[in-house]
Design a protein around this ligand. Structure first.
Ligand code: ATP
Length: 583
């Protein structure tokens, strides 16, 4: 394993030799992409990547552990935070690597074995928790999938309230609880594998001094959602599109955080997603991270494999201690078309820990806390605080007290509508005004064209300004779409809380109405009855109007989302290649 704080590894899963297009020779990973020229002559494009470790199909889980994860245990026992991610497309071997099976225990078991041995010798104990992050929600897999709530404490630290911790003293005990948790993860879904790809599963083990609540160190294993889920989901149903957008957002945010930490940036964008915000502590202080990208080496998975490797290469190139990718001249053409490789950063800088006061309250915290707020408002029914919509615009549910800082010229340019189609241009224009700077830049720091979110059709060589503009248009529509998806999920949670509150108020209103009728029958005058009932019904009508108003706004956003995703849906060209219908 690399001596740097971040180890970036790739693991190739086995496949039939005749379909294998990947050569894994650590530290190199070569993908031989089968391609066809315009005159239909087949040829192979070679892509060469370099990582800290490249593990071929013969390497077992124990060796993966020894080469990539063992130093994480030292970090754990030196008051540190260790983190290990498995990243890759569905079926590429993330769960195989993390969990393994009886015949070949995975990283959880290998790490647990070492941890228990050391704990026994040092009179320490281990507590495990296991939860999943699905969209913007979190569920405790060791407590019947109870919904978890993240709260920020006075020190601006995010705590996952209600997360159960379980004392474990052996690998068997750990596995019993993981198996129990995995069953909850799969429950209620059509296919366990399909669903597991849509959530990030987090197993945490904390070491304590025996009998003390003081944490010595923590290790987190994260089996990430399948990365292809975050890519082109525009032609799927809305649920899948929303999931895809959330996954995309969290994977981009994760990469940004690892990169920022690696190069010692003062600002680490933990707020980018629930995943990174919740894992913030894991990256701070004395921390060490291993990222294992898993790939399927068949030609059928070539596109996903290249996406995985490009993402991973970005993490490596910019995470400090890294060495730039070696790209074959044949592949360099593609790299150049995509904006080229970033300069290597071989200097490992010291990452400063952000001051607590500098850590802004994440915007998604509001959603977690929203239900509580709704229940604590002493019966007063408040409208969701939506920003005033621009004239003719569809309002968004964005909230948060920190207003955007004064935009630079480049940022102002990004607010200019690039899309030509008048209908889509109107939608884009309406939303551009409410988008924040990082959203305008596609949430990826603006320098990645190989991200899933910017995974647009390659521009044909020599296609010139028109093609470049098309690319820009697609990028803008994608950014606006991602913004609308986020606004929808926030508005959805707000409306649910508001509706629940309304039902409570309505129930007590009905009781009041019954009382008013009884009072009229018993002793009240008709004037008293009229005034009581008119007051009650007027209040209800006001509340219903607020709900209807918010439902209409949500409906508009849903329509916009539909239009934008339809625009982005890839359509097949007569010639076989993909083209977007956006412009
Ligand atoms: N390196 C490997 N060696 C042997 N078998 C493997 C390897 N990698 C994956 N497999 C097998 O491939 C299948 C799919 O792997 P796995 O479930 O780990 O994929 P995944 O990336 O976790 O998918 P998902 O994102 O859907 O959870 C499993 O049967 C697994 O045992």
């Amino acid at each position: 394993m690399s001596s740097s704080r971040i180890c970036v590894a790739v693991r190739k899963r086995p496949c039939d030799a005749d379909k294998d297009i990947v050569t894994a020779q650590s530290p190199q990973c070569i993908v031989n992409e089968p391609k066809v020229k315009y005159d239909l002559t087949p040829y192979t494009e070679r892509h060469n990547f370099v990582f800290d470790e490249v593990l071929d199909e013969k390497v077992g889980n124990r060796e993966v552990y020894n080469r990539c994860c063992r130093p994480l245990i030292d970090t754990l026992f030196s008051n540190g935070n260790a983190t290990c991610f498995a990243y890759g497309q569905t079926g590429s071997g993330k769960t195989h690597t993390m969990l393994g099976h009886d015949a070949e225990p995975g990283l959880y078991a290998c790490a647990a074995k070492d941890i228990f041995t050391r704990c026994k010798a040092q009179n320490q104990e281990v507590f495990a928790s296991f939860y999943e992050i699905y969209g913007r929600k979190m569920f405790d897999l060791l407590n019947e999938r109870a919904k978890l709530v993240a709260r920020e404490d006075a020190d601006k630290v995010i705590n996952i309230c209600g997360l159960s911790e379980h004392a474990v003293a052996s690998v068997d005990e750990l596995f019993n609880i993981i198996n129990k948790g995995s069953a909850y993860r799969a429950a209620g879904m059509t296919s366990a594998n399909a669903e597991s790809s849509r959530s990030h599963a987090v197993l945490q083990m904390e070491v304590h001094e025996k009998g003390s609540s003081k944490t010595i160190g923590r290790i987190s294993f994260i089996d990430l959602a399948g990365n292809e889920r975050g890519a082109d989901t525009f032609d799927c149903d809305r649920k899948t599109r929303m999931e895809g957008a959330e996954i995309n957002k969290s994977l981009l945010a994760l990469k940004e955080c690892i990169r920022a930490l690696g190069v010692g940036k003062a600002h680490v964008p933990f707020r980018g997603s629930v995943l990174t915000e919740v894992l913030r502590d894991s990256f701070l202080g004395n921390s060490r991270t291993t990222m294992i990208a898993t790939i399927s080496p068949t030609s059928a998975h070539c596109e996903n494999t290249l996406n995985t490797l490009r993402y991973t290469q970005r993490v490596k190139d910019l995470s400090g201690g890294g060495q730039a990718a070696q790209v074959d001249p044949s592949a360099a053409r593609v790299a150049a078309a995509k904006g080229g490789n970033a300069a290597p950063n071989n200097k490992k800088a010291q990452r400063p820990t952000p001051e607590p006061s500098a850590l802004k309250r994440p915007e998604w915290m509001d959603d977690f806390n929203n239900e509580d707020n709704a229940n604590n408002n002493n019966g007063e029914f408040a409208q969701i605080k939506l920003p005033p919509p621009p004239p003719g615009a569809v309002p968004s549910a964005r909230r948060g007290d920190a207003g955007p800082s004064a935009p630079t010229k480049a940022q102002r340019n990004k607010r200019e509508v690039a899309v030509k189609d008048p209908k889509i241009a109107t939608i884009v224009q309406n939303h551009l005004k409410e988008m924040e700077v990082d959203e305008l830049e596609g949430g990826s720091g603006g320098d990645d064209d190989d991200d899933n979110s910017a995974n647009v059709t390659p521009t044909p060589a020599g296609a010139g300004v028109a093609a470049a503009l098309q690319r820009q248009e697609v990028k803008q529509v994608r950014a606006v779409h991602a913004h609308v998806v986020r606004a929808i999920s926030r508005a959805e949670e707000d409306i649910m809380a508001m509706h629940r509150r309304h039902i409570d108020v309505k129930m007590s209103g009905i009781k009041e109405e019954i009382k008013a009728i009884q009072a009229l029958e018993d002793q009240d005058t008709v004037d008293e009855y009229v005034s009581k009932v008119a007051g009650l019904l007027t209040k209800q009508r006001r509340e219903i109007d607020v709900i209807l108003d918010n439902l209409n706004k949500l409906q508009s956003m849903l329509r916009d989302e539909e239009e934008l995703s339809r625009t982005l849906t890839p359509v097949v060209k007569a010639g076989g290649g993909k083209r977007r219908s956006v412009v």
